[in-house]
Design a protein around this ligand. Structure first.
Ligand SMILES: Cc1cc2nc3c(=O)[nH]c(=O)nc-3n(C[C@H](O)[C@H](O)[C@H](O)COP(=O)(O)O)c2cc1C
Length: 611
């Protein structure tokens, strides 16, 4: 081939090269030749460039600094020089370049040949990588990468968060399989999930028990994902570790707190109900179910007004809305007595206190309800008892005051009798005055007995002894009659601390009533059993006769003072008996009066008293 045509061909290749090629005079530094790549990137013609030197297109360089840079080429201490710099285009924009510079000759004159690589893109990629690296280093999640192409997938990288979570430094983990974080706690279901996933080359998320370098347990919420090359082959796995220890601990504590709260709600004696702003029930505890007779299911989601009688039922929604609008409180934070309505329709007095709980988005109202039916009843009984005490005191005074008058009547009757001789009409009148005053006297004694304070003298005795003594005292009433006392007792040793004389009076009253109520043959049965209650062990006595028994009204009123069914009698006997038993801390009540067979068998009274 002709040497000049080879030169031309070579010149053409250089002209077309993608690299930029600059040739400049070694003395003047002026450009002699610039290929198309160089011209186009700078946006200048060859004529324009021939007026310039490399210093003119390098914004950060001066002639001096450039000369100093190329000095090693000039003095032959270096054959090529490689450096990074900036080139400025005609339009003023800059681009990064890598310059390869050599001293050569051009048309037999010394010249520099520069091959320029536009590194803008390359630098951008490197920069991107740096940013990504820094991002991975600064995230809070632990990142670990293991090499899938090596045996047992050793760790090749871990970030700062992984070091912080595990307590191990990078150098301690590189080259190891991640399983060392499990220590001896290897029996974990999640391990098998990971193995299956790694086998299939897929992704998985598991919760593992891992251990820090100091041996402390932490819950690792781990996401493992495969990294594939362009051929789709898994080359690496990346693991993202999230330390869930605190969250799991907080959840456990929250659930513990909820369990404790639930236990309190479940065992509370008071009914506790929560409603939302629209009055719809959100929860109620077992005490509320018992109190209102509804099950949880029947109330949740329903309006609370179902637990109220009219007119509150109809007014409640309005009341709640008024409060929400105006903030004016009628019950909330105050509490008061209102009326509740059970499922059965029964209305009852209840003490209600409502507190408001403000949540982020909404608010709840918690109502605590106490059924005060019993309390009211007790209060009424107290008022009645106070009234009776006052009445008793007045009666006692009356009895005392009229006693003298009674005695004077009796003396006057005796004296008159001495002077009336055989005057039959007068004798009859005096007899009936005497009878009337005797009855009045007996009545006085009983009223005094009832009204006087009970000063008890306790002693240890057996109850059998007490009722047998009372039985003897009714001897005069039993004379000529067919009467049996039947004792059904486990033992004679029914020990008890009582005022013997007062308790005898209780039995005497019961026996006397039975003897009046029953016709012959009379059977009075006493049975005693032991009972065990949370308040202590008790004796339970049943005294039952075989008379006609008590009707409904009698059962209800038998302990009322002055209530009587007998032709004679003050109606104070049973009231006195009750007063005595209660003063001993016991109770007396009317029993069912049924025998085991279900057959009605006269009146029955039950006495319960502590052993
Ligand atoms: C990228 C990657 C990260 C992993 N990170 C953990 C980790 O943080 N804690 C851990 O107990 N196991 C981790 N493992 C799982 C174990 O390395 C191992 O695969 C697993 O224990 C099942 O294998 P083995 O039964 O042979 O131990 C990781 C696995 C891979 C591939």
């Amino acid at each position: 081939m002709d040497p000049s045509s080879t030169e031309r061909e070579f010149g053409r290749i250089l002209e077309e090269s993608l690299n930029e090629i600059f040739i400049f005079d070694a003395v003047t530094l002026q450009f002699l030749q610039v290929n198309r790549g160089g011209r186009e990137n700078l946006g200048m013609t060859i004529q324009e460039l021939r007026e310039l030197t490399p210093v003119d297109i390098k914004p950060h360089m001066t002639r001096e600094s450039f000369e100093a840079l190329i000095q090693p080429l000039r003095n032959g201490s270096q054959e090529t020089l490689v450096f990074d710099t900036l080139h400025r285009r005609k339009n003023g924009s800059d681009y990064e370049v890598e310059v390869h510079l050599q001293l050569a000759s051009f048309h037999d004159l010394p010249a520099f040949v520069a091959t320029i690589l536009d590194t803008t893109k390359r630098n951008q990629v490197a920069n991107d990588l740096r940013v990504r690296n820094r991002a991975i280093e600064s995230v809070g999640v632990g990142v670990v990468i293991s090499d899938a192409s090596q045996h047992d997938m050793p760790i090749i990288y871990c970030n700062h968060a992984f070091e912080r979570i595990t307590g191990y430094g990078t150098q301690e983990v590189i080259g190891r399989n991640c399983r060392f974080l499990q220590q001896d706690d290897r029996d974990q279901e999640a391990r098998h999930t990971i193995r299956e996933t790694l086998h299939s080359g897929e992704e998985c998320r598991v919760l593992l028990r891992n251990y820090r370098k100091d041996g402390q347990l932490f819950w690792n919420d781990l996401l493992i994902s495969p990294v594939k090359n362009s051929a789709g082959v898994v080359t690496h796995y990346v693991g993202l570790c999230n330390d869930l220890t605190q969250r799991i601990r907080a959840e456990v504590e929250k659930s513990d707190r909820e369990t404790r709260l639930q236990a309190i709600l479940n065992t509370a004696v008071e009914a506790i109900i929560t409603i939302d702003e629209w009055g719809v029930c959100e929860s109620l505890n077992p005490a509320a179910e018992t109190m209102f007779g509804y099950s949880v299911k029947e109330v949740i989601g329903q309006n609370i007004s179902m637990l109220m009688p009219s007119p509150y039922r109809e007014e409640h929604d309005q009341y709640l809305q008024n409060y929400l609008r105006t903030g004016e409180k009628k019950i909330i934070g105050i509490g008061r007595e209102v009326v509740g309505r059970r499922k059965s329709g029964e209305e009852f007095p209840m003490e209600l206190s409502v507190s408001e709980v403000r949540l982020k988005e909404t608010r709840l109202f918690t109502g605590m309800v106490r059924d005060v039916t019993e309390l009211k009843h007790a209060q009424q009984q107290l008022i009645q008892a106070e009234r009776l005490t006052a009445l008793g005191e007045a009666t006692a005074r009356l009895a005392h005051e009229s006693r003298n008058s009674l005695q004077r009547i009796q003396i006057a009757v005796e004296t008159a009798r001495l002077h009336c001789d055989e005057h039959q009409l007068l004798v009859d009148q005096l007899n009936s005055i005497e009878n009337a005053s005797d009855r009045l006297h007996a009545l006085h004694e009983e009223v005094r007995n009832y009204a006087a304070p009970l000063n008890l003298e306790f002693e240890e005795t057996t109850l059998a002894k007490v009722w047998r003594s009372a039985w003897s005292a009714t001897q005069h009433l039993r004379q000529g009659r067919q009467v049996h006392l039947i004792e059904q007792i486990p033992t004679d040793q029914i020990y008890c601390r009582v005022d013997r004389f007062r308790f005898e009076q209780v039995f005497r009253n019961l026996f006397e009533n039975a003897l009046v109520a029953c016709s012959d043959p009379v059977e009075i049965a006493i049975s005693v059993t032991e009972t065990h209650t949370p308040l202590g062990d008790k004796w339970r006595l049943s005294i039952q006769d075989n008379g006609v028994g008590l009707d409904e009204q009698q059962r209800r009123r038998v302990f009322e003072p002055f209530f009587t069914t007998k032709a004679k009698g003050t109606g104070l006997g049973m009231a006195i008996a009750q007063r005595i038993v209660e003063a001993h801390g016991g109770t007396i009540s009317v029993g069912s009066g049924f025998l085991g067979s279900g057959q009605r068998n006269g009146a029955e009274f039950i006495i319960e008293i502590s052993r």
